[in-house]
Design a protein around this ligand. Sequence first.
Ligand code: NAD
Length: 494
Amino acid sequence: MTSTGRPEGTLFINGQWVAPAGDASEPVVNPATEAVLATVPVGTDADCNAAIAAAREAFDHGPWPIMPGAERADLMTRFWDALDKRHGDIVDLVIAETGAPRPLAEGLHFQTSMDHLAFFAAAARWNPVESLPIDVTPKPTGGKLLGGGVQVHEPFGVVTGITPFNFPFFIDVAKIGPAMATGNTVVLKPSPFTPLEAFVLAEAAAEAGIPDGVLNVITGGTDVGRRLTTDPRVDMVTFTGSDTVGAAVSEQASASIKKVLLELGGKSALIVRRDADLESAAQFAVGQYTLQAGQGCSLCTRHLVDEAVKAEFLDLMEAYTRQLQLGDPAEVTTTMGPLIRESQRTRVSDYVDAARQQGARVVTGGQRPKGLDRGFFYEPTIVTDVGHGWPVAQEEIFGPVAVVHGFRTDDEAVAVANDSEFGLSGAIFSADSGTAYEMALRIRTGGVAINGGSGRMNSWAPFGGNKRSGIGREYGLEGVREYTQTKVITFNAG
Ligand code: NAD
């Protein structure tokens, strides 16, 4: 029988809340207050083994992969309902765990994730059978054979989902939603910094009557991640995180030839042409480099501005930055929260200090904010007069730091935008939308927003990156199909 309501210190395996095999645990810390929110188990090899076995059993012998899509869709809709009932708890958890200000936690973290989950539930109804063109082949005995065929889109099997700290509910949903909708079974491992939303997902799955073993949740860090990406019983790994760990995951999964989906880091460029609406562009720029305290994969953190308007643009950016209210995200007035941990704050300040030493000009920010002694806060920081090859301009900092470069021609702007190991997103502001579109086509990324165009988070829009930003897409038809493999069945139509 499936249980709901998580007893402390347990993991979710085969529809049950079970005590972990080991006794190691670690605290989950509120990054704004440094208070300990909870203590969660560090999963062991034995726990991974049990979770993978449960997912394997639920795939190989359970009803989930073979039940009609409409039935799976109904169960996923009940899953959605169970989460919706927990709306307030989930938003509070996101605020406490990630440091997201309330409007961001309500909007992108919760509501957009729920929209995505509704999309995935609907996708479970999509007919996975497609007709192929008729085939006419000469028979050796004379005459011709009329062949027909279909292609079907089948689940991979056992999928392990490994997620980062910055958008835990959102990315956990991005993994389990399409995997479950298409009939796979899942073992989810959230970041050790932000594991609690995954437990809420497990509670909701149990309440909704999702069959045992379809969703399992294990907490832990690198060791658990390594186990979930190497076990031969796992068919597919879906990973979101840094490019370095993504490369390790790819290598770990290769020995047993698993399908790997990688959503990795970014260092995306915003291009501001001289004919742009500078106020809108500067507002967008500040929103980009400070959302979730700059801890977002697809944020534009390199701002390339036509030299003719760069000084004015910097003034506007500085003015909008000064309007931000740093503080505890639980306060309604707060518009920017903390970084996730002290180690991340040190990393951010090291990049800014190194750039300063190399001769960069820090326009604003560049230190810990005064008066915020607890919590891992860092001032929103704009840096300019920076070489394109400097670490601050090339590496993903994952903090509230914008690097502003000048450019003279569109070709130069496109070349600098492409001068990156990453290729996740990008943006262009210009009154000449046709030219902006042509420039967007030349930027090697998974998406470009023109004049603040939204829609990248639309459930129908495939999301993902080029180069070191990843392999594969999430959302949309393409994203759902990532969790399936194609089989062709032919028949004699004569
Ligand atoms: P991270 O790479 O440090 O960790 C991600 C996950 O991998 C964690 O759950 C971690 O425990 C696990 N892990 C660590 N070592 C592992 C190993 N050897 N094998 C398997 N799993 C392992 O990332 P993070 O610091 O939590 O998150 C920030 C990164 O995530 C940034 O680079 C950001 O750009 C990226 N990100 C990308 C997207 C996207 O959609 N492209 C979205 C959000 C975040």
